[in-house]
Design a protein around this ligand. Structure first.
Ligand SMILES: C[S@@+](CC[C@H](N)C(=O)[O-])C[C@H]1O[C@@H](n2cnc3c(N)ncnc32)[C@H](O)[C@@H]1O
Length: 272
């Protein structure tokens, strides 16, 4: 019998939290004649409920907008393993690198609530959230998105340009810290920023966004994976824990860490 967690639904990232992982382990270990069958069944039910909760929330959230849906489908259809074997990409990517459904919708809500016109993404991958944001912006709005993998930049550019929203998206290729320096030199500021790149650099991105004035006063920084697989609360001093603490200790911002998905933080720059 397979574990209940093996049934996957497209673009619902199963959160790898330590409590569910322990339940998974218990479910496997309970598969022996010494464990009463109702114990294993109960653990299985608990695991199923974790998935049902996610699935239900997804169904009760408005669906992806058309451009984001197109990118999601194309991302799942990509031969990621082959691309890596052929050295087209330098990392073994998979469709699971894409932000899950719900993240794009949160960004779209925020853009509309804040009447944002300029948004920045750090960590584009195939452009799912960049496109979601472009679809929510007004006609004169713009998305700048940072990605260092050339193949992804080329692919996303092609997909963006298949939609009427592509012209709103400016991709900056290269290490994102360098792109942030360049954007600051150009005098750019952003109403909404979405951070979803290498976790070890989160604190450096956060400091740069504030120190260089890239995050506008009253602007919002949305951070994905702020509960990164449970590490901040199971391993004090781990990189995302240090990032969360740096945010807590910074008087320039106020923040909420929401225990949804793999942790999503909303960080508002004070001032407006
Ligand atoms: C989790 S994915 C982003 C998912 C994306 N936000 C979406 O909408 O699906 C993280 C991406 O960040 C990129 N990345 C990681 N470190 C980076 C860096 N230092 N500079 C630029 N891009 C980086 C990776 O290549 C990867 O494509």
């Amino acid at each position: 019998m397979t574990s209940p967690s093996s049934s996957k639904v497209i673009n619902t990232a199963r959160v790898m939290d330590p409590a569910s992982n322990l339940l998974d382990e218990l479910y496997t270990r309970a598969d022996n004649p010494d464990t009463p069958s109702d114990v294993r069944a109960t653990v299985g039910k608990a695991l199923e409920l974790v998935e049902t909760r996610e699935e239900y929330s997804r169904k009760m959230t408005y669906p992806d907008t058309p451009g984001a849906r197109m990118i999601c489908e194309k991302t799942y259809a990509m031969p990621w393993k082959q691309l890596y074997q052929d050295s087209k990409v330098g990392t073994q990517y998979s469709a699971r690198w894409m932000s899950g459904i719900g993240e794009g919708q949160i960004l779209q809500f925020l853009i509309r609530m804040q009447k944002a016109k300029r948004v920045l993404e750090i960590g584009m991958f195939t452009g799912y959230v960049a496109m979601s944001m472009a679809e929510a912006l007004p006609e004169d709005g713009a998305v700048v998105t940072c990605e260092y993998e050339p193949y992804l930049v080329e692919t996303a550019r092609k997909w963006f340009d298949e939609t009427p929203f592509g012209k709103r998206i400016d991709i900056r290729q290269g290490p994102a810290l360098d792109s942030l320096d360049k954007l600051a030199t150009e005098g750019q500021t952003f109403d909404v920023v979405y951070l979803d790149a290498d976790k070890q650099t989160y604190t450096a991105y956060f400091k740069k966004l504030l120190d260089l004035g890239l995050l506008a006063e009253g602007g919002t920084l949305v951070v994905d994976n702020s509960l990164f697989h449970g590490s901040p609360y199971t391993q004090p001093g781990s990189m995302v824990d240090l990032f969360n603490k740096a945010v807590m200790d910074d008087d320039r911002v106020e923040q909420i860490l929401m225990p949804i998905f793999d942790g999503v933080s909303l960080i508002r720059r004070k001032g407006e």
